[in-house]
Design a protein around this ligand. Structure first.
Ligand code: SF4
Ligand code: ZN
Ligand code: ZN
Length: 309
């Protein structure tokens, strides 16, 4: 297999694009494409301040690396969730993230949930669900709340996450199986800002997971290989595996699935339409972030419950 650009030996073959590239050209191609997606979907402008949510995994560190290479002003936010799972998951991912930032002289904000709110994510979850459920819903709620809080308090225009195509296709697959109209209408590379909520963007949403792995390795990025111990057995992983089976029989099917969805949504052809008014948002009495609940947002209700227990 030869590189399409220079004819040298290729390092990666992307069957969905019918294109193979050598290491140097692949490492050029990824930021070029990212820049194209940033413009195409109107993610952010050159003069906007970007906060990248970094977890220590390959996707978010690769995203931070790419945005920096492209010359954007991008700082990192690491949330310490207090997850151990026998592999010191949080401690190790924090170490790798801090190391990444230090080596490149980048600004990293670190928020430790336990120090900030008195309990780690697994403990919050234990209190909320009495250990009956995985901590993922509490974790997701906390991450959304904290990312938005930091973006707002520190004056960032936009919040960028490292979701790749495999993540997005799996979410889309799940939402389609359930015909979750609300979620389908909200899914996309950009979630516009509204009353007190920062704009959210996913600049890597058109890259396959294997491309992000290849990019991270070729760039020498040290990332945490292990998944969060709670991720195991998650429905999303099952959807990813199912889509990978389809992909090996039909190269490109994942990308087409996602892109056709975005096109249909943009042209208004998606037959799910909602004309009711979106819920009215008002500031939470405790933290001031927008919520549709009567007094406290769901995060602050969780805190109250935990404080009372
Ligand atoms: Fe949080 Fe881990 Fe669940 Fe992801 S898998 S939402 S990091 S608890
Ligand atoms: Zn080449
Ligand atoms: Zn609140």
């Amino acid at each position: 297999m030869k590189c399409r650009k220079c004819g040298e030996k290729a390092s990666i073959n992307m069957r969905q694009h019918r294109m193979a590239l050598c290491k140097d050209h692949f490492l050029e191609w990824i930021p070029e494409q990212t820049e194209r997606f940033i413009k195409k979907y109107g993610m952010f402008a050159r003069d906007e301040k970007i906060l990248v949510a970094v977890s220590g995994g390959k996707d978010s560190l690769a995203l931070w690396d790419i945005l920096t290479r492209l010359g954007y002003e991008a700082d990192g936010l690491y949330l310490g969730l207090g997850i151990d799972g026998g592999i010191e998951y949080s401690a190790e991912s924090q170490r790798l993230t801090e190391e990444f930032a230090r080596a490149r002289n980048l600004k990293l904000h670190v928020i430790d949930i336990e120090k900030e709110y008195g309990h780690s994510i697994p403990v919050f979850s234990e209190i909320s669900f009495r250990g009956k459920d995985k901590p993922c819903s509490v974790c997701g709620l906390t991450k959304r709340h904290e990312m938005n809080r930091i973006a707002r308090d520190l004056g960032y225009d936009v919040l960028a996450t490292g979701h790749n195509l495999d993540d997005e296709a799996a979410v889309l697959f799940g939402n389609t199986l359930q015909w979750s109209a609300d979620y389908l209408l909200r899914q996309g590379p950009v979630l516009e800002s509204k009353e007190g909520l920062a704009r959210k963007v996913k600049p890597l949403c058109r890259f396959y997971e294997r491309e992000m792995t290849a990019y991270s390795i070729m760039r020498g990025i040290e990332y945490i290989y292990e998944e969060c111990p709670f991720a195991e057995g998650a429905t999303q992983i099952f959807y990813k595996e199912t889509l990978n089976q389809l992909e090996s029989a039909r190269p490109g099917v994942k990308l087409t699935f996602y892109l056709r969805f975005l096109e249909a949504k943009q042209s208004g052809d998606l037959f799910i339409q909602k004309d009711e008014k979106p819920p009215q948002l008002h500031p939470c009495e405790r933290c001031g972030q927008p919520t549709s609940a009567p007094n406290l947002c769901s995060f602050c209700r969780m805190l109250e419950k935990a404080d009372a227990s």
